[in-house]
Design a protein around this ligand. Structure first.
Ligand code: PFF
Length: 478
């Protein structure tokens, strides 16, 4: 059965949905940790510049392609040019790599929320009073035989429920509830953190550019370190704005012609960056304070990686006394909202592709996609547990999926999309779409230059650097 293509109810609904997709684990976990690692303010300055330039160009391209073709990415490229239809196939594989492991992490977040809920209301302390066992607690959960998988299935089922309800009744309505709550909770926690005695030093660490972070071993300015920071920021921008995942093409395909793509893209970027900055305000000063109080080197505490959210933060919450359990509960609720709204958007991109390709009803394609997701998620969930002995290029399943999507396929797809838009389709077609409702696109020259030259070069640099890092080939790996 063919269904009439859905539409957002308006510009705000589109911006909210795209922002809900963009704001996710990338903002709450990855951004603060990278900012801390790459010298705080210096990283933030580079990041802001990239969002306003490269991020703008990439997002505008994807949304315009979606709206012009009224298709999800699987079929959008081939409609514009048969020979470039393969981009749709690459783009459809990417969500299948990312989404299952993202849902596994979503399941971890749900589990932590439940733990804090019990701590706050029932007073149980599964991590020990001082959360001194938080690492053992986290490890035993992710390596458990079934628990981590069961939580992932729960998370997937929740997202599927929203998708089945449709674009207006499901995605739009859930965003209207979750997004304002997410903003409120994030602002409340960051204000609480800023009011904590001694937080100023942590804030300084986070926000003030430290040019020492570009000093090499010989004490002089290191171009390689600057390049690493730049590529770290490119990778983060790309992930955080949900680019090269097919989401913006799919969401653009539901956009009304009357709405201005240029304005919407700017607004989405502002929301996403705002939450990333706030996430840093919530996390970095408390981790800083905690490190100083406990005699842990600040650098070590900041470079925890995945453990920053699941191991270090629980210790920090425990050090806050009774309030800690409540703050932990509210914090993980915030993370659930962010992760769920992002996962829903990628889930939707897959469901829409199946609907478009097989002309299938939404409910049926949601069921098919959910079953595939559960199957694929089992690899990431069991990969840290019972299948822990299986590795690919030395990586466990979850890390391998993350690497192959974020570091290999997404930069390739983004670079090719820019080549396609800049040289084959030509910027003029993108401008035509942006000006469909009579609005004049302002950044035309800038767009043409970035899409043709800057974006492909930076994407390829990111691909090379990431591949070198993982395959331990040395060089400018970030
Ligand atoms: N922009 C999202 C984030 O920052 O978390 C990226 C994302 C990842 C979206 C995975 C959706 C998803 F399933």
């Amino acid at each position: 059965m063919e269904e009439k293509r859905a539409n957002w109810s308006g510009q705000i609904a589109f911006v909210l949905a795209a922002a809900a997709s963009a704001i996710g684990l990338g903002n709450l976990w990855r951004f603060p940790y990278l900012a801390a690692q790459y010298g705080g303010g210096a990283f933030i300055a580079v990041y802001l510049l990239l969002v306003a330039t490269l991020g703008f160009t990439l997002m505008l391209t994807e949304v315009a392609i979606g709206r012009r073709t009224r298709q999800s990415q699987l079929t959008a490229f081939s409609i514009l040019n048969k020979k470039w239809g393969f981009l749709g196939i690459i783009g459809t594989i990417i969500p299948l790599l990312i989404l299952p492991y993202y849902c596994v992490i979503g399941g971890w977040v749900v589990y932590f929320f439940k733990t804090y809920l019990l701590m706050a209301f029932v007073g149980v302390e599964p991590m020990g009073a001082g959360a001194e066992c938080s690492k053992a607690f986290f490890d035993s959960f992710i390596t458990s035989s079934y628990a981590s998988f069961a939580y992932a299935v729960f998370f997937i089922a929740g997202c599927a429920g929203v998708i089945v309800l449709g674009v207006k009744n499901g995605i739009e309505k859930s965003n209207i509830v979750m997004m304002p709550l997410l903003f409120l909770i994030a602002i409340a926690i960051s204000v609480y953190v800023m009011l904590m005695p001694g937080s100023a030093a942590g804030l300084k660490y986070y926000l003030v550019p430290d040019l020492n972070s570009f000093k090499g071993a010989d004490g002089g300015f290191s171009v390689a370190l600057l390049a690493k920071t730049l590529l770290g920021a490119v990778g983060q921008m790309f992930y955080s704005l949900s680019l090269a995942m097919g989401i913006m093409i799919t969401y653009g395909s539901y956009m009304r012609k009357a709405d201005s793509i240029e304005k919407c893209v700017r607004r989405i970027e502002i929301c996403d960056t705002f939450v990333a900055l706030i996430a840093g305000l919530m996390i970095i000063p408390v981790v800083y304070l905690f490190a100083v109080k406990n005699g842990i080197p600040v650098e070590t505490a900041m470079k925890e990686g995945p453990g920053l959210m699941f191991v270090t933060l629980p210790k920090v919450f425990a050090s806050l006394g009774v309030a800690g359990a409540w703050i932990g509960m509210v914090f993980f609720l915030l993370v659930i909202f962010a992760a769920a709204t992002s996962a829903i958007s990628l889930f939707e991109a897959c469901v829409a592709s199946v609907c478009d390709l097989f002309k299938m009803a939404r409910a049926k394609s949601t069921l098919i996609v959910a079953s595939v997701l559960i199957f694929l998620a089992s690899f990431s969930a069991f990969g840290y547990g019972v299948w822990g002995h299986i590795t690919i290029f030395g990586m466990q399943f979850l890390d391998f999926f993350d690497f192959s999507a974020n570091s290999v396929m997404m930069p390739i797809l983004a670079a090719l999309t820019c080549v396609f838009a800049g040289w084959i389709l030509k910027p003029k077609t993108i401008f035509e779409e942006c000006e469909a409702a009579g609005a004049v696109m302002k950044a035309k020259r800038f767009y043409s230059f970035t899409v043709r030259f800057v974006a492909p070069v930076l994407m390829i640099a990111l691909l090379v650097s990431e591949t070198c890092r993982v395959l331990k080939l040395g060089g400018w790996s970030i």
